[in-house]
Design a protein around this ligand. Structure first.
Ligand SMILES: C[S@@+](CC[C@H](N)C(=O)[O-])C[C@H]1O[C@@H](n2cnc3c(N)ncnc32)[C@H](O)[C@@H]1O
Length: 423
């Protein structure tokens, strides 16, 4: 018998995984996936079902690409980049909130709401509808879909889209120019971001000069930390935080320093779990000035530039979503700056993506990680790292840093690198 073709094989996978998902949702009394505006913005599935959903996503993506063929498939992806054009306008002019849930509107009403010409609204919305953001059930009548409702109401989602539109996305087409102009550069001021923003400042220096963006950035960070697969619980649950802490009877309590810890939401959550530990959240002045300083008396907020010597002697130093913003050269500088404060046995916990080996995860999943890698490159000349990269950057800083564990907990994109100071 002739062996199955790849497209038939993919169709079988799609059939099989769809049945698993369908039966689970029906058994739990959960709604079947739909673009109806009543469908929830995020649906949490147990681990086994997530695996079925991932397999279904990978298979349907591959099948679409195969049946379209090379030229149409690449061209299709190029046209998809316009998703961001119409979505950017929708978010900037708050169109998803221009009419309440379960009602309809018209192009004219959206035009009046946004003070834009009706013809502008019509072109933008009709493009967005091709991506299922809004629907036009009858000519000229606009209704919500699950997607437009998610933009309107999911916490900090609009902030995140706006941050991409305004700050992160414009550098995307400039990476080719940046690597032509500064080949192999590790300088944070020789990036695609510098070309796109027409500035000599680094991303962080530029942001410090634009305080009006600070809240939106903090909102986007908060969205990204609650997005499925990136929740803080993966970090909180998968590190034995208490194990390394100096017992209270010796020093009063153990101390954890949250380096580049922003508004301290990890430390504040950890403080609930470790009732006698102290926390020091360190960040730049502009960030610390807006931090919730009275939230917990055991969580102190402190201005500290992590490129300069560390002064707080602690049991654990946490770097969450920090080192991927920095080149290898600067990561070594940041880690070296800890050394004056390190006591033997002190732990460094790094919470950043760990790029998978070839073929370990499917291309759809890997593309999310490699998208982040390109974003770090464009904005900072930095990168996401695989396990070998992490070992090289940490142990290459000083041989007394020993990497003891590198792993990505199931269900998340963000890995954990545990390091001990053997000084
Ligand atoms: C991507 S955010 C991560 C924040 C937080 N750790 C989290 O998990 O949400 C990187 C943080 O590094 C901070 N940062 C950048 N440069 C810094 C420096 N030189 N010293 C201290 N903090 C810095 C930024 O202000 C920002 O809060």
């Amino acid at each position: 018998m002739a062996s199955k073709t790849r497209i038939a094989e993919l169709a079988s996978i799609i059939q099989e995984k769809t049945t698993i998902l369908d039966e689970y949702l029906a058994a739990q009394g959960l709604p079947s996936p739909s673009f109806d505006e009543s469908y929830p913005a995020i649906v949490q599935l147990p681990d086994g079902l997530m695996a079925a959903r991932d397999a279904l996503t990978e298979a349907s993506d591959e099948l679409r690409s195969l049946v379209m063929g090379p030229v149409s498939s690449i061209y299709y992806e190029i046209t998809k980049s316009s998703f961001f054009t119409s979505l950017g306008v929708i978010v900037k002019f708050n169109l998803a909130n221009s009419f309440p849930a379960n009602t309809t509107t018209t192009f004219a009403q959206m035009a009046a709401f946004s003070n834009l010409p009706e013809s502008t609204i019509q072109r933008i919305v009709r493009h967005a509808i091709t991506n299922r953001v809004f629907a036009e059930p009858t000519k000229g009548t606009i209704a919500h879909t699950s997607m437009s409702r998610a933009v309107a109401s999911f916490p900090h989602f609009a902030d995140t889209i706006d941050l991409f539109r305004d700050t992160l996305w414009p550098s995307a087409p400039r990476l080719a120019d940046a690597i032509e102009r500064w080949p192999g550069s590790e300088e944070p001021t020789e990036t695609a971001f510098n070309l796109a923003a027409n500035t000599d400042l680094s991303f962080w220096e530029y942001k410090a000069k634009h305080p009006e963006q600070a809240n939106r950035f903090a909102g986007a960070m908060s969205f990204l930390s609650n997005k499925p697969g990136r929740e803080k619980e993966y970090l909180l649950d998968n590190v034995d935080w208490a194990a390394g802490l100096t017992p209270p009877e010796i020093t009063g309590s153990g101390t954890i320093v949250d380096v580049g810890g922003s508004h301290g939401f990890i430390s504040l959550a950890l403080a609930e779990r470790l009732p006698s530990a102290k926390f020091v959240v360190q960040d730049l002045p502009r960030v610390i000035s807006r931090a919730p300083k009275d939230a917990n008396p055991r969580v102190e907020f402190q201005v500290h530039d992590f490129l300069t010597d560390q002064h707080v002697v602690a049991d654990v130093y946490l770097f969450r979503q920090v080192l991927h913003d920095w080149t290898d050269k600067n990561c070594r500088k940041i880690l070296s700056a800890l050394i004056p404060a390190l006591k033997p046995g002190a732990r460094i916990i790094i919470n950043d993506s760990i790029l998978p080996g070839v073929g370990v995860v499917g291309p759809v999943k890997e593309a999310i990680l490699r998208h982040s890698d390109l974003t770090m490159w464009r904005c900072f000349n930095a990168k996401e790292r695989d396990e070998d990269d992490w070992r090289a950057v940490v142990e290459g800083t000083d041989r007394r840093f020993e990497v003891i564990r590198v792993f990505t907990p199931p269900g998340t994109y963000i890995g954990i690198i545990e390091v001990v100071w053997r000084g």
